[in-house]
Structure formats: C-alpha cells, structure tokens
Design a protein. Structure first.
Length: 119
C-alpha cells in the first residue's frame, strides 16, 4: 500500500517561507509523477503543482507560480514543495498524491499536513 509521510507543515508568518516534504513509504517514488494539492476550509481541493518521474517537467497553478517550487529527490524517495512569500490565503491542508503518468487521476493520496499562515 502506498503511503506518504509528511514533514514541514506548521505556522508561518505572511511573507515567510516553508518547505513541505512528502516521503514515500512502502514504495519507490521513481515510478510515479507527484502532485501537490491543498484544501482550505470551506473550499474545494485545488491542484497546485506536479512533477514528472525524473523531475525534468513541472507545472504550477497560476496562484502559486513564482512563489512555490516543486522538486524531488528520488534517492531519498521524497518530493518537496518550497513555499516562499506565503500569503494568508495559502492557509490549508496540503496533500501530495501519486499517479503513474503525467495526466489523469491521482489514485494514491497522503493524509495531508496543515499549513497556517498567520501574523
């Protein structure tokens, strides 16, 4: 069973930075494209970014483009989301998810990690 272990969530001030980590447990991340999503209270889940198997292709949603950076270290079986210049509206539960291609649904999801932006 595919599982993810998160680290890096928490409280950050507006304008600050945070790096989320999503480590694969029980499977090898190399064979999966990974996406980062978030869901704020009362809102639908939204896709933020995704990265290809090798890391050479990335996509970003407009609201985070230029502020967030997705990356992966397959040797460490981990994907990262570097969040810079965070805003109050970035407050949400953040999830990583895996799929076997760069398109289509994500069948494998982690539990999520809370990020709260507050002064």
């Amino acid at each position: 069973q595919l599982q993810f272990v998160y680290s890096g969530g928490g409280l950050v001030q507006p304008g600050g930075s945070l790096r989320l980590s999503c480590a694969a447990s029980g499977f090898t991340l190399d064979y999966y494209a990974i996406g980062w999503f978030r869901q704020a209270p009362g809102k639908e889940r939204e896709g933020l970014s995704c990265i290809s198997f090798s890391g050479d292709t990335t996509y970003y949603q407009d609201s985070v483009k230029g502020r967030f950076t997705i990356s992966r270290d397959n040797a460490k079986n981990t994907v990262y989301l570097q969040m810079n210049s965070v805003k109050l509206e970035d407050t949400a539960v953040y999830y990583c998810a895996a799929r076997v291609s760069m398109s289509g649904q994500y069948p494998y999801w982690g539990q999520g990690t809370q990020v709260t932006v507050s002064s």
